[in-house]
Design a protein around this ligand. Sequence first.
Ligand SMILES: N[C@@H](CCC(=O)N[C@@H](CS)C(=O)NCC(=O)O)C(=O)O
Length: 223
Amino acid sequence: MLTLHHLENSQSIRVLWLLEELEYDYQIQHYKRDSATSLAPENYKALHIMGTSPCITDGALVLPETNAILDYIMDKVDETALRPDCQSSLRTNYLYWYHAAQASFMPLLLESLIFKRMVNKAPAIIRPIIRLVVKKVKENYLDMRLGKMLSQIESRLAESKWFAGDSFTAADIVMGYCMEVANVRVGMDDRYPNAQRFLTQMRQRPAYKRAMDKNGIFEPLAQ
Ligand SMILES: N[C@@H](CCC(=O)N[C@@H](CS)C(=O)NCC(=O)O)C(=O)O
């Protein structure tokens, strides 16, 4: 049976959500983050060389990496509603958002968190220098990229209910986690009404609620 090795407050939430959307037969093993480092515990790291979450096992297979796992599971059920096929008018937007979430949006969110921590955790004596360096990186790169991403999201969601179109797809699952993070970490607030509407409607999905119940207290990008 497929086992989801679920690290609390991690990108693993997406896999949990997909499994619930599909009403897939799976089991879940919970892992708590290390209280000192917030990283995955040693028994999670032992699952595969990168030691990152999410990770599933299925028989002898050990598979990390979010989008690889989502595609693996959708292959198992030949799911075309969540993954529009080549003939579908939703296909191009589906492909774009499914991949942009992990390849473009998620790295920007992680960088925001890392830069914030760099300042907060720097020894007091060098903190002003670190703050200055971070300010420059944010001004010249991060804030500009993030701003464009948030505008792009807002424009896209002004055009359709979900990211690929008016039907819910796996692109919404991958983007959904980023949207929760952006909401609390990078100011994707009421200035982005369509993004807020997306968050409301995704949180109302029964499968998302079940996934959240299984996850427990949710602190997006707690790492
Ligand atoms: N690109 C990877 C990123 C995985 C990743 O960085 N996951 C974080 C959790 S959100 C993690 O494993 N953190 C714990 C650690 O690094 O020990 C994926 O999508 O699976």
